[in-house]
Design a protein around this ligand. Structure first.
Ligand code: FPP
Length: 271
């Protein structure tokens, strides 16, 4: 962190909403969000889809502020997938330039946020990758929230690249193939320190995970909301986290009984 950076708290909610207090054992460690519905939001208003992405960026910033206010440690946002290249060039440019503008505007630069990019190398504009690398260097010592922005991200691509890295390590003699287990494999993911996703939230009414964090989200609680992404603000994140706190997570274990049952009493002997 640059010595002259004074970290400030996030700006308050515009309507004065205050963050809830969340018990430590009800708090997800990692929330991942599929920010869906920008295009429909814009089309419903007779606006170009790019305006939906612009409004979506405001909502993304709200999530960062809301996450900091409740003390969330990891937030991962799906901003552009490996499949989104199928969209028309104008829309792709609007999304990528919008993210670049956001980085340059630096609205989260002085918050306690460690910023980084996750995605496939080699296809995004080089200056965008450099801008992320710069933010990552500036913020790497921060301990509040880790914000991972997924751009040209695909879960299968991420797993495939991890497999390739593992194969290279085996070829170099650094890994013994017969000893590869989940822990060894995960060490070869592009962000090995990313914890498992506890809560995966998707807006916009669709109920699928769309190639988002398949390795990390195998046991995530799924949460789907009908409204489009630009309509959410930090209160919706708080609601999602509250819903997470009500879920019972078992990770494959059996459901414990609420209270131990008494053994059945023996029928009384006939008189
Ligand atoms: C999905 O909605 C949204 C995207 C593909 C782009 C999301 C990008 C942002 C919200 C900008 C993020 C900014 C930062 C700073 C991380 P869609 O276009 O698929 O909507 P539709 O389903 O209504 O067509």
């Amino acid at each position: 962190m640059a010595a002259d950076t004074v970290l400030r708290p996030p700006p308050p909610h515009s309507g004065g909403a205050r963050p809830p207090r969340i018990a430590a054992d009800r708090m997800p460690r990692h929330v991942a969000i599929v920010m869906d519905g920008n295009g429909r939001w814009a089309q419903q208003r007779g606006l170009p889809r790019s305006e939906g992405h612009r409004a979506g960026s405001v909502a993304a910033h709200e999530m960062v502020y809301g996450a900091l206010e409740i003390g969330l440690r990891h937030l991962t946002l799906y901003a552009f997938s490996t499949e989104n290249w199928k969209r028309d060039t104008g829309e792709i440019t609007a999304i990528l330039e919008g993210v670049r503008r956001d980085l340059d505007a630096g609205r989260i630069r002085d918050l306690d946020v460690r910023q980084r990019w996750s995605g496939r190398p080699g296809r995004l504009p080089e200056e965008l990758v450099q801008a992320f690398a710069h933010e990552e260097r500036r913020t790497r010592a921060r301990t509040g929230l880790t914000l991972t922005v997924c751009l040209d991200y695909g879960g299968r691509d991420e797993i495939t690249r991890a497999a390739a890295a593992l194969a290279r390590a085996a070829q170099a003699g650094d890994v013994v193939p017969d000893l590869v287990d989940e822990v060894v494999f995960a060490r070869h993911l592009p962000h090995p320190d990313m914890p498992d996703v506890d809560l995966l939230w998707r807006t916009g009414g669709e109920q699928r995970t769309s190639n988002f964090l398949p390795w990390q989200a195998t046991y995530a609680e799924l949460y789907f909301t009908p409204g489009p992404w630009p309509d959410v603000d930090r209160r919706d994140l708080w609601q999602a986290v509250a819903e997470y706190g009500r879920r019972r997570r078992r990770h494959g274990a059996a459901v414990p009984l609420a209270s131990p049952r008494k053994p059945p009493t023996a029928p009384s002997a006939p008189l």
